[in-house]
Design a protein around this ligand. Structure first.
Ligand code: NBP
Length: 474
């Protein structure tokens, strides 16, 4: 008997994905460059379902029913190309290669175009939720052809997370659309985590609360509109005590955040697309700043306010909750703007509301909040920004005093809040009647004759700055 699907690359992710498929009753062929991993998987978990182990690429491909569905779960980058080159010659027109790794969408576009010429469907697929998600139900974001989704969709939806009976998997769009959306998902995740980190920092150093007390605040927030996986685990981490020292765990962890690159890609891509994603960019930069131990060491003695420490500021937790919610709305609005811009640029026709829907389960940013985003797109599928949705606009209005006060308190006490500040600046920029960009245009025309447009007439104009300062049309 043949396998319905095959997985090659059986490290943490591939192995759990294969087990997930087997547990759902799908016979799964398994293969890994180093055969010991394949053996170990079957030995340990062989009784969870039907596994068809193969040592060689040929045997692996031969064990798949046609059209073949082959999932690659190897280290993203050159390894993915190597594996494609190993398997593609063994496949036939109509077969499908699913790349479930964290590939850059530009690589996915290149691979898809190449394999399409050879008659093979290449399905770059974002898979979110880490190893737990892969095993128990991830959020799955497949790109590639609509035809391939007809064949793969039922399998992927079956093993994905489900929320209210709806699978957290859907066809995102052609070629690199799936990996693009997964990338922006990760960028949003960076922003969300940064905003939570700033909230913690303020509760600690402006409101003077201890980690255990802050854990209780997050636990409380998790019963309201901020309810989410990230808020939940924040409470867990803050409540944890280090066994070796008896100190709060958060105080024994080196304060230098690392990153694997998808947040950076989100910002790089946003720059290419001309989409302002300041909240996401500040989150990436905040990790970068934290890692510059040398700069931080050199600057440590610079003057500034002492942190409030034990000084208790009444009402601050509630104000921070409002600032966090408002800033979160902005970060997500920026991420969704990037998705819509990418969709327009590459002709993907992505349904933004459907992305919010499949992120509700399985992935790191899963949250009640995503239902609100889905509803916003249901109300107006073509809204230029989520900020103007009735629910979000009301929340932003309600947060005004708190949001501004929190940022002022942070500035006063020397607590850095780049995420909160960037979010508010974006909000104020969008709603401003006039922006100082008019002055920028004047400067550009002055030093570079770059021309400007006028508010009262069509056309491009230039002022003769070095001459009699009369205006000419250009
Ligand atoms: P890794 O990213 O650690 O990759 C290890 C796997 O790649 C092993 O199976 C290894 O085979 C194989 N491999 C390498 Br490395 N080079 C190869 C080559 N030239 N030819 C064939 N196979 C090769 O595994 P992972 O952490 O399970 O992640 C898999 C993918 O899923 C990655 O793209 C990752 O970015 C993505 N992802 C990971 C997570 C997560 O939480 N870990 C979440 C979402 C997505 P070997 O056993 O022979 O060395």
């Amino acid at each position: 008997d043949k396998a319905r699907i095959g997985v090659t690359g059986l490290a943490t992710m591939g192995r759990n994905l294969a087990r997930n498929l087997a547990r759902h009753g799908h016979p799964v062929a398994v293969h890994n460059r180093t055969p010991s991993r394949t053996k170990a998987l079957v030995e340990e978990f062989g009784d969870e379902g039907t596994f068809l182990p193969a040592e060689s690429a040929e045997r692996f491909v031969a064990s798949l029913e046609r059209p073949r569905r082959l999932v690659i779960m190897v280290k993203a980058g050159p390894a993915t190309d190597a594996v494609i080159e190993e398997f593609a010659p063994l496949l036939e027109p109509g077969d499908m290669i699913v790349d479930g790794g964290n590939a850059h969408f530009a690589d996915t576009r290149r691979r898809e175009a190449d394999l399409r010429e050879r008659g093979i469907h290449f399905v770059g697929t974002g898979i979110s939720g880490g190893e737990e998600g892969a095993l128990h139900g991830p959020s799955i974001m497949p790109g590639g052809s609509a035809e391939s989704y007809e064949s793969l969709g039922p399998l992927l939806e079956d093993i994905s997370a489900h929320v209210d009976g709806t699978p957290c998997a859907t066809h995102v769009g052609p070629d690199g659309a799936g990996h693009f959306v997964k990338m922006v998902h990760n960028g949003i995740e960076y922003a969300d985590m940064q905003l939570i980190a700033e909230s913690y920092d303020l509760l600690r150093h402006a409101a003077g609360l201890a980690p255990a007390e802050i854990a209780a605040v997050f636990r409380e927030w998790n019963t309201g509109r901020l309810e989410s996986y990230l808020i939940e685990i924040t409470a867990e981490v803050l409540a944890h005590t280090d066994a070796a020292t008896g100190r709060p765990f958060v105080d024994v962890v080196l304060d230098q955040a690392e990153q694997k690159g998808t947040g950076r890609w989100t910002v790089q891509s946003a720059l290419d697309l001309g989409v302002p994603v300041g909240g996401i960019a500040e989150a990436v930069f905040a990790r970068s700043v934290s890692g510059h131990a040398d700069l931080r060491e050199a600057a440590r003695g610079l003057p500034g306010p002492a942190r409030a420490g034990a000084e208790t500021l009444p009402g601050v937790p509630d104000a921070i909750e409002k600032a966090l919610y408002a800033s979160k709305i902005v970060a997500y609005a920026q991420g969704f703007h990037e998705i819509q811009a990418g969709s327009a640029e590459y002709g993907w026709n992505i349904d933004a509301g459907a992305m919010a829907t499949i992120w509700r389960g399985g992935c790191i940013i899963r949250a009640r909040f995503l239902d609100r985003i889905r509803a916003a797109y249901e109300a107006d599928p073509h809204t230029p920004t989520l900020l103007t949705d009735a629910h979000f606009a009301e929340a932003l209005g309600d947060a005004q005093e708190a949001w501004r006060n929190v940022i002022a308190i942070a500035a006063k006490h020397g607590v850095p809040v780049p995420g909160f500040s960037a979010a508010l600046a974006y909000y104020d920029s969008l709603r401003a009647e006039r922006l100082p960009a008019a002055l920028t245009q004047g400067q550009r025309d002055f030093f570079g004759a770059h021309t400007y447009r006028r508010v009262d007439r069509e056309g491009a104009f230039h002022t003769l700055w070095g001459g009699d300062r009369s205006e000419i049309t250009s």
